[in-house]
Write a protein that binds this ligand. Structure first.
Ligand code: AP5
Ligand code: MG
Length: 210
């Protein structure tokens, strides 16, 4: 099995599909967004700085994100899903040279109409660690406000306010084109229709793993 790189707009379903693949196929999941939120929850000076950037919908510095990523992957031991990294061409090149080295990978582009995403994201609720993801419209928890698995209270991410969502979309649209070209030229880019149901998107991804 190859490592997977998930590329897609905010709310395109990268975290949701990662969770299914971890459970069914044994991938490790590394989400730079989750790693950054974990740093924020420590309430350190660095965490506060990161929070300021994320609440504005901007990208955190490449130097910081790569350090976090490298500290959290062991490619000799596991196959990974890289979720939310790379987000610009500099990160794509760094991932290739400084993280993946010669490990095989497939980049999967979650294509979706961005207008649908605001509704998905304003209705998203998650556990504090981001590991369990719900949606008030399409995938609500059995008991309102509580995680089905852990029972803990569900929260809304600070960057899931409509004005921040729109800024995140803009940053994504401005930076992702060269990343897609990079993987396309290497012949390692696959595209899925991420507008379909969670199960249908999952089936599309599984076809690429066969
Ligand atoms: P990050 O946490 O990575 O957020 P994102 O890329 O904006 O993506 P999301 O997590 O919002 O969406 P998702 O695609 O995971 O969708 P999900 O599965 O949850 O990054 C946040 C911030 O951190 C960035 O803005 C930046 O500041 C910083 N950052 C992170 N990485 C960085 C990097 N590399 N460099 C610099 N800065 C970085 O699904 C969304 C909702 O839709 C859920 O409610 C779900 O239930 C629902 N849903 C999912 N799939 C479907 C479906 N098929 N049909 C219907 N509903 C669905
Ligand atoms: Mg996510």
């Amino acid at each position: 099995m190859k490592n997977l790189i998930f590329i897609g707009a905010p709310g395109s379903g990268k975290g949701t599909q990662s969770k299914k693949l971890m459970e069914d196929k044994g991938f490790k999941h590394v989400s730079t967004g989750d790693l950054l939120r974990a740093e924020i929850s420590k309430k350190s000076k660095l965490g506060l700085e990161i929070k300021g950037v994320m609440d504005e919908g901007k990208l955190v510095s490449d130097e910081l994100v790569i350090k976090l990523l490298q500290a959290n992957v062991d490619l000799k031991k596991y196959k990974y899903i890289f979720d939310g990294y790379p987000r610009n061409i500099a990160q794509a090149k760094t991932l290739d040279s400084a993280v993946l080295d010669k490990s095989e990978y497939l980049a999967i582009y979650f294509k979706v109409d961005t207008e649908k995403l605001v509704e998905r994201l304003t209705n998203r609720r998650v556990t504090a660690d981001g590991k369990h993801i719900y949606n008030l419209l399409t995938n609500p928890p059995k008991v309102a406000g509580k995680c089905d698995v852990t029972g803990e209270a569900l929260i809304q991410r600070d960057d899931d306010k409509e004005e921040v969502i729109r800024k995140r979309m803009k940053v994504y649209e401005e930076s992702i084109g060269p990343v897609l070209d990079f993987y396309s030229k290497k012949g390692s880019l696959k595209q899925i229709s991420a507008e379909k149901s969670v199960d249908k998107v999952y089936t599309e991804i599984l076809k690429f793993l066969a």
